[in-house]
Design a protein around this ligand. Structure first.
Ligand SMILES: Cc1cc2nc3c(=O)[nH]c(=O)nc-3n(C[C@H](O)[C@H](O)[C@H](O)COP(=O)(O)OP(=O)(O)OC[C@H]3O[C@@H](n4cnc5c(N)ncnc54)[C@H](O)[C@@H]3O)c2cc1C
Length: 434
């Protein structure tokens, strides 16, 4: 039997008008207007890097705007530095944040619920508990969802045996446990998706820190990377680091040379490649193909490739007025990273505050900086600067770049220290006080 909660989910899937008729549905749900105070009410969906930053900065820029952040979890685990938990030199608690500072220091109203429906015409969102929130502006930052249908045999349930660990939390712990249980001499297989996906250098950082753990604990083992691409972010620096630290323990197979996985047998822990090879792993870290978060896909915000097209100056959806899509879900030229999402959050906050106050958004410059660890004491980095104006988001030529190759241990150690400082700062800027 369908209960009310299921019904709400269904309306999320099919659209309220097709299933129920908007009027009947609206009568059965209460609109909660308790948070609607001041000049305007902004609802932010998703308390990750994009959403938390947008919520905080709207309040920083104009405290007379009321902001409600909707996020199901009371704790959020950051994907940045989650590879250090898999490598075994940090704990899950080290990458845990909560929302108390956003509430106590900035006055953001926090609601721990899931949004199941967006009604753009009525300007409301419906929560899992049946309540509706009215908004003047809506920020949508739900991260990514997975496209399992891209590989034969793949299905969401297989994450219980072949973890993706591409959303941090229980999946991170599961992959770590599997690595600990792997025999010495075993093979850790990572299946890497095609672009675009969350955190382009993430798989290679993970391979590095898995190799670091194996070298120190199970030195006869192997890390095999099966890639749907022929090149990857910071490739030269990663390969230099792998050779220096791990010899031949890490093997990367590019798509054209048999790296592309086309089929998986989760029960037998076997993957099949486009070149006809059948590979068994002791641990398989299967990172699925990716698209925008489900809300973006279900409520008309995505293009046919599965990402949200936005006005790059404001991050307002090209499809729906007064809805702003930021973070990994947005289609931009920037890499899908926590730093990018944080930058989007600030840009959207500025544009929303300007609009509510009857002003035009200003041209701005935003940044993406990304550190990766090849071992706990060996860091590498990349940075880029972007102009955001009428022409869209464009990279500033000559600004940024990757850290130099061929540097000594001391240099790499410093970059590892900067990586930790980068992490502490971005977390403080997003969820805490800066
Ligand atoms: C292994 C790994 C390492 C990484 N390392 C780095 C790094 O070093 N540096 C870096 O910059 N980036 C890194 N990233 C990328 C970074 O984690 C993401 O780019 C970033 O989290 C994107 O932010 P977001 O706000 O778009 O999504 P998220 O941070 O995923 O936040 C989305 C939030 O929305 C919530 N949500 C989803 N649906 C709903 C709904 N219906 N209702 C309410 N809430 C909802 C979710 O619960 C979640 O909290 C890494 C990623 C991985 C996987």
């Amino acid at each position: 039997m369908i209960n009310r909660r299921d019904l709400l989910k269904l309306t999320g899937l099919a659209g309220v008008s097709t299933l129920l008729g908007g009027k009947a549905f609206a009568m059965s749900s209460k609109v909660d207007e308790s948070a609607v105070k001041g000049k305007a009410h902004v609802v932010v969906i998703g308390g990750g890097f994009g959403g938390a930053t947008a919520a905080k900065y709207i309040k920083v820029f104009d405290k007379d705007i009321s902001v409600t952040l909707v996020e199901p979890s009371t704790k959020y685990y950051t994907c940045p530095f989650s590879n250090t938990v898999i490598g075994g030199f940090k704990k899950l608690e080290d990458i845990e944040v909560d929302f108390s500072k956003l509430k106590d220091l900035y006055g953001v109203n926090i609601v721990h619920q899931t949004v199941v429906e967006i009604d753009a015409a009525g300007k409301t969102v419906t929560l899992d508990n049946g309540k509706k929130l009215k908004y003047d502006k809506l920020v949508v930052s739900p991260g990514i969802s997975f496209n399992y249908s891209a590989v034969e045999g793949a299905k969401p349930e297989m994450a219980e045996t072949l973890p993706h660990a591409w959303k941090a939390g229980p999946q991170t712990v599961l992959l770590r446990k599997q690595l600990e249980a792997m025999p010495d001499g075993g093979t850790f297989v990572m299946v890497i998706p095609p672009n675009p996906y969350r955190c382009p250098p993430g798989p290679y950082e993970r391979a590095s820190l898995v190799a670091w753990y194996l070298k120190n604990n199970k030195p006869k083992s192997k890390v095999l990377l099966l890639d749907a691409k022929n090149e990857f972010a910071k490739q030269k620096l990663f390969m230099e680091g792998w050779q220096a630290l791990y010899g031949n323990m890490v093997e990367w197979v590019q798509a054209d040379l048999g790296g592309k996985v086309v089929k998986v047998d989760p029960k037998e822990k076997i993957v099949y490649t486009s070149s006809g090879e059948k590979i068994k792993g002791d641990v398989i870290n299967f990172i699925p193909h990716q698209k925008a978060g489900e809300l973006v896909l279900k409520f008309g915000l995505a293009d046919d490739k599965g990402w949200a097209q936005i006005n790059p100056k404001t991050f307002e959806s090209k499809n729906v007025k007064d809805i702003y899509v930021i973070g990994d879900s947005a289609a931009t030229i920037m890499p899908k990273s926590g730093f990018s999402a944080n930058s989007h959050g600030k840009a959207a906050a500025a544009a929303i505050v300007a609009s509510i106050n009857g002003k035009n958004p200003e041209d701005i410059t935003i940044v993406n900086i990304c550190y990766s660890l090849v071992s706990p004491d060996y860091g590498i980095s990349v940075a880029a600067v972007y102009n955001v104006n009428e022409k869209g988001i464009t990279a500033v030529q000559g600004a940024g770049g990757v850290s130099p190759a061929g540097m000594d241990e001391k240099f790499r150690k410093k970059e590892a220290i900067y990586a930790q400082v980068w992490y502490d700062n971005i977390v403080a800027d997003t969820w805490g006080k800066v």
